[in-house]
Write a protein that binds this ligand. Structure first.
Ligand code: FMN
Length: 442
């Protein structure tokens, strides 16, 4: 039985998630605008038809202060996916949903309660992408001048997780009676205050939500730094990671496996999902032409504005034709190193012009057979468990094209489910290759 690939759909509740200008599309081909809930339902149902594990929503709590980001809709405006997910869950049966919530901005009790409720509403299909936030502009919407320092954010998040675990476990399994004959709703001796008092958080408990199908949301995280990886190895069940090329992927996945073992965990219990942006068409030339057309409409200013947001630094103020190694950009060396490692003289202009493709170039653009070969090769050489796929054009059509071309190809190779197996998101992420859905591989 071949190792099975996990696929997730990456979106932000905004006009264009990762590929700037992907909101620009021939008017006659748009069935619903991103502002209409029907657009999101169509994406969710398409992902479900493609047997994706998850509809993932990245999120942020700032934006709109930079002219280029407003002019080109760079991850702005963005609405709150927590309000959208219950609607999408009602229109689907099996698809999981990932919500991004920040440990810096949500009080832990509020977050634990919301996610427990969402786990009920989605019938055990909710996941949480744990972030501690990165941008000063976000802090300024919550009464802070700036974010706490990087490592302290993770220290706070460690403590935060402890509060959440205790809240999610504050009801014993048999606490809820709903005994109608005797009129007893629940056993008060089996529901516990947590009386948590840490360095940053103070929470009495118990949680006011009855235990949910998964009891706690499936936990995602995307830390790339040393401290972030340590956090992931302790708490996460799945890491979203960005890497350019198999060498970087292998370095990352081996490092995460070693950290898991040091934390007494089986590395198989911590999945790694890589960001990727394949573009599939009936023939290679058509795919290449489409990709060129998409790239050409992206202004450099817009690309730099997106990168500035991710790097938390105004890159438009720098000389973009100098090798980035010569630029002193505080706080971004780790992220820039990913590029300078493979090309020490790379300039910001070069990075910006390919930044949005979210992949390591050519092989992600082509026929279904070529892209399937490449995805399988990446996992074999680089490790990890699957891909987070980001649309580069009108999202409902992008995912429908993957369903029509790429998904059957992966199924034919025996590396992707033909039916959903387990019901909850956690069980599905952990299902082994022998489940019902793997008929094509047998
Ligand atoms: C694939 C991926 C998705 C991410 N999604 C979000 C997000 O939705 N919201 C957010 O605030 N940060 C997001 N991040 C940023 C991470 O949470 C984290 O802050 C960043 O990777 C830096 O981690 P580090 O400080 O450990 O290096 C994402 C990162 C990656 C790689």
């Amino acid at each position: 039985m071949k190792k099975q690939m996990h696929l997730t759909g990456f979106m932000i509740y905004c006009p264009a998630p990762h590929m700037i200008m992907s909101w620009v599309y021939p008017r006659e081909k748009i069935r619903h605008q991103w502002t209409e809930v029907e657009y999101w339902v169509e994406i969710a149902q398409t992902l479900e038809r493609g047997k994706f594990d998850l509809f993932f929503f990245a999120d942020g709590w700032g934006g709109g202060t930079n002219a280029a980001s407003v002019r080109y809709a760079i991850q702005f405006p963005n609405s709150d996916p927590l309000c959208l997910i219950p609607y999408l869950a009602a229109k689907t049966e099996k698809l999981g949903f990932g919500a991004t919530m920040s440990t810096t901005f949500y009080p832990p009790y509020m977050l634990a309660r919301k996610l427990a409720t969402l786990d009920h509403v989605t019938k055990g299909r909710i996941g949480w992408n744990i972030v501690s936030s990165i941008a000063k502009g976000e802090a300024r919407n919550f009464g802070m001048e700036d974010l706490p320092p990087h490592d302290e954010r993770y220290d706070r998040a460690d403590e935060y997780m402890e509060v959440c675990y205790q809240l999610w476990n504050s009801w014993d399994d048999d606490a809820l009676l709903m005994d109608m004959e005797n009129g007893i709703f629940a056993d008060p001796t089996k529901i516990h205050k947590i009386n948590f008092e840490g360095k940053w958080h103070k929470v009495q408990g118990p949680l006011t939500v009855i235990p949910s199908p998964q009891r706690s949301p499936y936990l995602f995280q995307a830390g790339q730094s040393d401290r972030g990886r340590e956090f992931a190895a302790k708490h996460a069940e799945c890491i979203f990671a960005a890497a350019t090329g198999t060498r970087q992927m292998r370095e990352f996945s081996d490092d995460i496996a070693a950290r898991c073992e040091r934390n007494g965990r089986n590395p198989e219990d911590l999945k790694i999902i890589w960001g990727a942006q394949p573009l599939v068409a009936e023939d290679e030339r058509e795919a290449q032409a489409r990709q060129r057309e998409i790239r050409e409409r992206i202004p450099l200013e817009a690309s730099l504005a997106l990168m500035s947001g991710h790097f938390n630094y105004d890159l438009n103020s720098l000389d973009i034709d100098k090798p980035v190694g010569d630029l002193k950009v505080p706080g971004t060396q780790g992220m820039l190193e990913a590029y300078t490692k493979s090309n020490p003289n790379i300039t910001l202009r070069e990075i910006a012009s390919s930044y949005l493709s979210g992949n390591d170039g050519g092989p992600m653009i082509g026929t279904a057979s070529q892209v399937a070969d490449h995805l399988i090769y990446l996992l074999e050489e680089g490790g990890g468990d699957g891909f987070q796929l980001t649309p580069s054009y009108y999202a409902p059509d992008y995912y429908a094209d993957l369903n029509r071309m790429l998904i059957p190809e992966l199924q034919k190779r025996g590396v992707y489910r033909t039916e959903y197996g387990e019901d909850t998101l956690r069980d599905r992420m952990n299902e082994r290759a022998s489940r019902a859905g793997m008929r094509a591989a047998e």
